[in-house]
Ligand binder design. Structure first.
Ligand code: UD1
Length: 416
């Protein structure tokens, strides 16, 4: 099993180009089957989740051509096959095939989605949405069987502004008869990215990026073209790395508005940087002040950045708190940082971080994707070597992380 070896204490300097967003791309590939013959997606990151989604597309009879970071998908021979368990369990986003298969065939058969394990991750809001459109949902052993005689547009209120439920309901509604209105929809950029793909295929959608999305059902969607947005979580991760070990580190190809919450928090703790619409230039922060962070839905501070931000706060002088309001159990990586010398403790959904603490290298097992990125950052500022096991979890979300960090001066390598 391969592992990551990182030697801490190096300065990061140069340019890191941000890849296409994992969380957009993993919805855009399932959305491709809404096109009746073909579509094209630009700037697709080369990450594990995409490999699995392409395998699912093959099972469904699609063919595709990959040229650098572009994927052209031919859906002419699309068939409605059950999504195999070994594929759907590899990632959470496999659940987007529920919405798209239901839209195309009025039937979807798929196992419980996989994904990182940090507490309960129900999909009841997705199911309620499908039911509101007229579908019947049966759960047999670990399989969801979702069927509908016909799908009819409906007014759907989400009890929580879930990213996954908003996208899945939008996907299912594309071929429903009439108008669907999603109230209290999530406003994350991924939703705008998916909506623009569907609009490009011919679907009428308004309000994506606001709390009310209106979808007019279509009979024929085709020829969609879309570019995956820059990965806002990857961008925030590298900006925070720059705040701890950068020297004029350029993070390029971002959409600044997508990472505003992180940038504002960095300013709050005393970090200085230059930001334009598509780039941040940052150097090591001289004096880090403690702060309190509350994770929230977009445009609030993202739960996906909280674990990496925790590493920054281990270097702040004083007591900081992170209130995790989306996934209550997302502190496993902080407990592992303690093994490197950090001083953190969790009480229910609040993590307290006492700083500053000197970190030292350790042998650790990556607990989840973003927690893995946090441990990489911990290792970059630690004294000595860190060895990380279970690295496929990190590679699921960070395209070329080893190359990107090596290119700017980090000592990081994959070892067997
Ligand atoms: C997506 C992201 C994930 C990110 C999360 C929050 C993808 C593939 N993953 O996950 O990286 O951490 O947004 O920004 O895009 N909930 C329910 N019932 C549901 C659906 C969600 O109770 O049917 C709850 C969840 O348990 C969680 C909260 O709503 O507490 C947010 O979940 P959601 O926004 O749906 O996250 P995901 O789409 O799973």
């Amino acid at each position: 099993m391969s592992r990551l070896k990182i030697t801490g204490g190096k300065t990061l300097s140069g340019t890191i180009n941000i890849s296409g967003a994992k969380n957009s791309a993993v919805a855009l590939l399932p959305a491709a089957i809404l096109a009746k013959s073909k579509c094209k997606i630009y700037k697709v990151p080369k990450i594990r989740d995409i490999e699995y989604l392409l395998k699912i597309l093959e099972v469904l009879g699609c063919t595709y051509k990959i040229e650098e970071d572009q994927i052209e998908i031919d859906t002419t021979n699309l068939k409605n096959a059950p999504v195999p368990e070994e594929l759907s369990q590899q990632m959470r986003a496999s659940y987007y095939f529920m919405g798209t298969l239901l839209a195309r065939f009025k039937r979807a058969e798929i196992c419980f989605p996989g994904g990182c394990n940090f507490g309960s991750r129900p999909i009841d809001l997705h199911i309620k949405g499908f039911e509101a459109l007229g579908a019947k949902v049966e759960i047999i052993k670990s399989r969801y069987i979702i069927t509908a005689k016909k799908l009819v547009g409906a007014r759907i209120y989400l009890d929580f502004a879930s990213v996954g439920a908003t996208i899945n309901i939008m996907l299912a509604a594309t071929y429903a008869k009439g108008q669907t209105i999603i109230e209290n929809a999530a406003r994350e950029p991924e939703i705008i990215n998916v909506a623009s793909f569907l609009i490009n295929m011919g679907c009428k959608i308004t309000g994506a990026g606001t709390s009310t999305i209106i979808i007019e059902g279509s009979e024929e969607l085709d020829n969609g073209v879309v570019e995956v947005f820059p990965d806002r979580i990857e961008a925030a991760t590298y900006v925070i790395m720059g705040a701890l070990c950068g020297k004029n580190l350029h993070i390029k190809g971002i959409i600044k508005d997508h990472i505003n919450a992180t940038l504002i928090k960095l300013k709050d703790v005393g970090c200085e940087f230059k930001a334009t619409n598509d780039e941040v230039v940052i150097s090591k922060c001289k004096k880090i002040m403690p702060t309190d962070v509350h994770t929230q839905v977009f445009p609030g501070f993202p739960t996906d950045v909280q674990q990496v931000f925790t590493v920054l706060l281990t270097q702040a002088k004083g007591k900081s708190h992170i209130s995790e309001n989306i996934y209550e159990l997302r502190f496993e990586s902080a407990m592992l940082l303690n093994k490197m010398g950090a001083d953190t403790y969790a009480n229910k959904n609040v993590l307290t971080i006492n700083g500053p603490t000197k970190l030292r290298g350790a042998n650790l097992t990556v607990p989840d994707l973003r927690g893995g990125a946090a441990l990489v950052l911990g290792a970059l500022i630690a004294k000595g070597d860190t060895i990380l096991d279970n690295i496929p979890l990190i590679l699921r979300g960070y395209e070329d992380i080893v190359e990107k960090l090596s290119n700017v001066g980090a000592k990081i390598e994959i070892i067997e």
